[in-house]
Write a protein that binds this ligand. Structure first.
Ligand code: XMP
Length: 515
């Protein structure tokens, strides 16, 4: 029997991170809405259940709840944040509306040894955790004991070990709780007793089955960009439904040097899949015109993409589905972390689906995965490493790496500089150590001296960051020699650039892309 953990989602921004941690520990897990029928929970027959955090307050009218019967299943249940408060309220404890929010790093005092803490925390220690809550538990239900406390939350970790019920106020799923992964592993492996032998190969088999069941005999259109995510999706679909999938590649002319050609070749050579290649570069440049505002540029590119794609997709009027390589961080990227109000930082043009008038259903087979998981899936599918380890590349392409007006001349200059940078990163074995690197062309000219002549050319700015999911990032600390080598090559070989800068800003406060 397959081991499964069910995560009931109460709307936290980081619920998927719980699933990810559980998967990392080799256990299959699914996130489902908190209000799925009890019969569905029974049918899923999980070895353990996790109740996620969420923005609601248990004292509100109509606060989201689960059926009390799950506490009678006899399987381990872990409540996190809202999940803890809900458990307490439902099992006879008390929750107090918080007068002030506790948000951020906190130190937790370990009061008792517990299986939940084994290999991570010991009685008497103080450990770092991440807190984010308004309400807090003020009285624990009968049968529970306190395992750990913080100054702001005396019942930060509690358990009724006999009934295998555990509840924490902090977030073990986020990286800011350093031993959180171990605690979750203790919950699944020690407390729920799962073996943890699930892996990406199993995910692949399940994904193939799911696609077949969902799609049936229908045709699927898949938009490919040459990036890892859409290529993995194309390859996955091809494995699942063969020639029922039709790939469309819109070349907006904002790609890296020779990228369009390379993608075409790769699909034919490695995937044995033809793609419908549309060169729309002139149209995109025309539409961008003299526009320099970042959001307007993004919107124009998004709308033009849809216009071209729509026209092309109409040729396959019998298609029932449209596949997209949306990843989990794409879904939450423009939302401020931990439940704050949603702020659109940038409108990502590949998220939010396609035009409403399109009659096709959307299929997003890697929507629950993080980038590194998609890469593992790509390897599992037999894709080559160069493709799988490609850095992320944004939908609007080089247009957001040329702040201000985009012209054919600037694109041409930038492509050459970027190509030199990429070549050197690969030659020096640095490419894989970096989450994402790119050259940008700043729309300012400065004076230089080349030989005996004065030059007046653009500035090229180089960026390289480390990150786990693109949501936060640090600049990569290159050896100075490397930077000066790249700078010399760019200034020496690319006509139109006479100065190179290296961007040393993190995210936040900057973003990874310039626009
Ligand atoms: P920012 O610049 O917001 O980027 O820090 C975070 C990550 O997202 C990528 N990015 C995009 N990806 N469509 C995409 O597919 C977009 O419109 C888009 N904008 C940014 C960016 O390259 C980085 O990996």
């Amino acid at each position: 029997m397959k081991e499964k953990v069910l995560i009931l989602d109460f709307g936290s921004q980081v619920t998927q991170l719980i699933a990810r941690r559980i998967r990392e520990n080799g256990v299959y897990s699914e996130v489902k809405p908190f209000n799925i029928p009890l019969a569905e929970i029974r049918k899923f027959s999980p070895q353990a259940i996790i109740l996620s955090g969420g923005p609601a307050s248990v004292s509100e009218n109509f606060a989201p709840e689960v059926s009390a019967e799950i506490f009678e299943f006899g399987i381990p249940i872990l409540g996190i944040c809202y999940g803890q408060q809900l458990m307490c309220k439902m099992l006879g404890g008390q929750v107090e509306a918080g007068t002030k929010r506790e948000f951020g790093r906190a130190f937790i005092d370990i009061k008792e040894d517990s299986e939940f803490f084994s290999g991570a925390w010991k009685k008497g220690e103080a450990r770092e955790v991440w807190m984010s809550h308004g309400d807090k538990v003020s009285n624990i239900p009968p049968g529970f004991r306190v395992l750990a406390s913080t100054v702001g939350a005396p019942y930060a970790a509690i358990a009724d070990e006999k009934r295998k019920l555990y509840a924490v106020q902090f977030h073990p799923e986020v990286a800011h709780t350093p031993e959180g992964g171990t605690l979750l592993k203790n919950f699944t492996h020690v407390i729920a007793g799962v073996k943890g032998d699930w892996n990406m190969a199993a995910f692949l088999d399940e994904a193939v089955e799911k696609i077949r069941a969902e799609v049936g005999q229908a045709k699927v259109i898949c938009a490919v960009s040459g990036g890892v995510d859409s290529s993995v999706v194309a390859s996955l679909l091809h494995k699942a439904i063969g020639d029922q999938v039709k790939c469309i590649f819109v070349d907006h002319g904002l790609l890296r040097l020779n990228e369009g050609q390379k993608v075409k070749e790769m699909f034919a050579r490695d995937f044995h899949m033809p793609i419908d290649y549309i060169d729309a570069s002139d149209l995109f440049l025309k539409k961008l015109g003299k526009i320099s505002d970042p959001e307007t540029k993004r919107k124009i590119i998004g709308a033009t993409f849809i216009e071209v794609f729509d026209r092309e997709a109409a040729k396959f009027s019998d298609a029932g589905f449209l596949a997209q390589g949306t990843l989990y961080p794409d879904v939450i990227e423009s939302v401020s972390a931990f439940g704050g109000p949603s702020v659109t930082i940038k409108s990502h043009h590949n998220v939010g689906g396609l035009p409403e008038k399109m009659k096709m259903k959307l299929i997003e087979p890697v929507r629950d995965l993080f980038k590194d998981e998609v890469r593992k899936l790509g390897l599992e599918l037999g894709m080559n490493e160069e493709m799988v380890y490609r850095h992320p590349f944004p939908g609007p392409g080089l247009a957001i790496r040329i702040p201000g007006e985009v012209t054919a001349e600037k694109l041409d200059i930038l492509r050459q500089a970027d190509n030199i940078y990429m070549e050197e990163l690969k030659t020096h074995g640095l490419y894989r150590q970096i989450w994402q690197a790119y050259a940008a062309l700043l729309p300012v000219k400065t004076v230089g001296v080349m030989g005996d002549n004065r030059s007046y050319d653009y500035i090229c700015s180089l960026r390289a960051v480390t990150s786990t999911d693109g949501m936060t990032a640090d600049f990569f600390d290159f050896p100075h020699k490397f930077l000066s080598l790249v700078s010399n090559r760019i200034v020496g070989e690319v006509k139109g650039i006479n100065r190179v800068l290296y961007d040393v800003t993190g995210k936040p406060p900057a973003t990874i892309e310039l626009e």
